[in-house]
Design a protein around this ligand. Structure first.
Ligand SMILES: Cc1cc2nc3c(=O)[nH]c(=O)nc-3n(C[C@H](O)[C@H](O)[C@H](O)COP(=O)(O)O)c2cc1C
Ligand SMILES: CCCCCCC(=O)C(=O)O
Length: 388
């Protein structure tokens, strides 16, 4: 089988004979620059920005810079295996699309565009509770392609239960429960721009078709959009949840339950005690607690606390192939990719998401081989050195 890195590298070089001035960028930062030009301040800063002074966002990137790879030589890296096994499924690559809400503010194709790019690549798509379109529409567009559903655990248990049931009925194969966003953080750019994403684009369309949500409204969201949005702001999150509530999830779904937003090893132990199936080490891309630990810095202790009881995944700061290698060397079984794909979506919809994803995977494949490794699932911490 041809390695994806060599294939994509060859494709890019071969276009040089026929240079196209409108060809997509290769450099990730150029995708963000193009996205900046396309989007108004409100949506751009909503995507690119973080909580408070954005120290956590910076810490996420610094945690990767602070670790260096020490490549090994002469190890026959002709055949490289990027595949991973997660919850009984084999996936061709060790990445998933991070759940990202309200994508209609980014591009008219929104979630359908990004989900179809995932489907083309065989990369699992994690549909957000806050998607601009109903989760069933995403599922229908994706056919048999792999998809997970991300739950924002509503204050109204009927909505939470309804989301879990809808996800199961529409072919999502795992539930990602985001714990770090029971309310929106102090995000200075959004406050400065007076930008409320749920009022823009298609809003949070996934709620506006939910039977449990609709049953609490006097008029439909089409008849009285303001009342629907007001109700949504009341029920979106739940700041009263405790570890005892995890049982509710198990009572309402048979799918694997994966907790997203774990940073502390004590929480990782509690999660395992509660019988969840997986953990995602994440600080929500630095969008929630300003000053929180960089996600990669939190990963080793969580992995140590969990042992091999459940798989640990991570996100927050994955930008290049070497970042994936570092996260997996520290024990992540796979990683979630967030903002880079949204810059792709902003620039060129489905095509842009696919291009950014493909380039990242090609970079991963080539960098893996050059470090003397043939399989992402056999990486270990001896490949890395932490800078003082
Ligand atoms: C615009 C935007 C919207 C997001 N929406 C959600 C969401 O609906 N649910 C969720 O669990 N995480 C959400 N996240 C967090 C991502 O899933 C992921 O944790 C984060 O993007 C990782 O950081 P990175 O993009 O800097 O790598 C969102 C992130 C961004 C940038
Ligand atoms: C408009 C709904 C926003 C829901 C939260 C989306 C999110 O997680 C984020 O980081 O922003």
């Amino acid at each position: 089988m041809e390695n994806i890195g060599n294939k994509i590298q060859y494709q890019i070089y071969s276009t040089m004979q026929n240079p196209d001035p409108d060809r997509f960028p290769v450099i990730l930062e150029e995708w963000e620059e193009l996205a900046r030009k396309k989007l108004a301040d409100g949506p751009y800063y909503y995507i690119a920005g973080g909580a408070g002074s954005e120290k956590t966002m910076q810490a996420n990137l610094k945690a990767f810079t602070n670790r260096e790879v020490i490549p090994r030589m002469l190890r026959n890296v002709d055949q490289r295996d990027l595949s991973v096994d997660l919850f009984g499924q084999k996936y061709p690559f060790p990445i998933l699309q991070a759940p990202i809400g309200v994508q209609s503010i980014i591009h008219e194709e929104g979630e359908i565009g990004s989900a179809l790019a995932s489907a083309e690549m065989g990369v699992p798509y994690i549909a957000s509770s806050a998607s601009s379109v109903p989760m069933e529409k995403i599922a229908e567009a994706m056919g048999d392609a792999p998809r997970w559903f991300q739950l924002y655990w509503s204050r109204d248990p009927e909505i939470a239960a309804s989301f879990l049931k809808r996800a199961e009925n529409s072919g999502y194969s795992a539930i990602v429960v985001t714990l770090d966003t029971p309310m929106m953080a102090w995000r200075e750019y959004d406050l400065k721009n007076v930008y409320l994403p749920f009022l823009a684009g298609e809003g949070v369309g996934n709620y506006f078709t939910d039977p449990a949500f609709l049953s609490k409204l006097e008029k439909s969201p089409q008849e009285d959009p303001q009342a629907a949005v007001m109700h949504w702001t009341k029920v979106f999150g739940n700041t009263s949840l405790t570890w005892d509530d995890i049982d509710f999830l198990r009572e309402h779904t048979n799918l694997p339950i994966i907790l997203k937003g774990i940073l502390h090893e004590s929480d990782a132990k509690l999660a395992v005690e509660k019988g969840v199936d997986g953990i995602i080490v994440s600080n929500h891309g630095g969008r929630q607690v300003d000053g929180a630990v960089g996600a990669l810095d939190a990963l080793p202790k969580v992995v140590e606390a969990v042992g091999d009881k459940v798989p640990v995944l991570m996100d927050s700061g994955i930008r290049r192939g070497s970042d994936i290698i570092k996260a997996m060397a520290l024990g992540a079984k796979a990683v979630l990719v967030g903002r880079p794909l949204m810059y792709g979506l902003a620039v060129a919809g489905q095509k842009g998401v696919k291009e950014v994803m493909q380039n990242m995977l090609a970079d991963l494949d080539i960098t893996l081989g050059l470090t003397g490794q043939s399989s992402v699932s056999q990486l270990d911490p001896s490949l890395l050195r932490e800078m003082e």
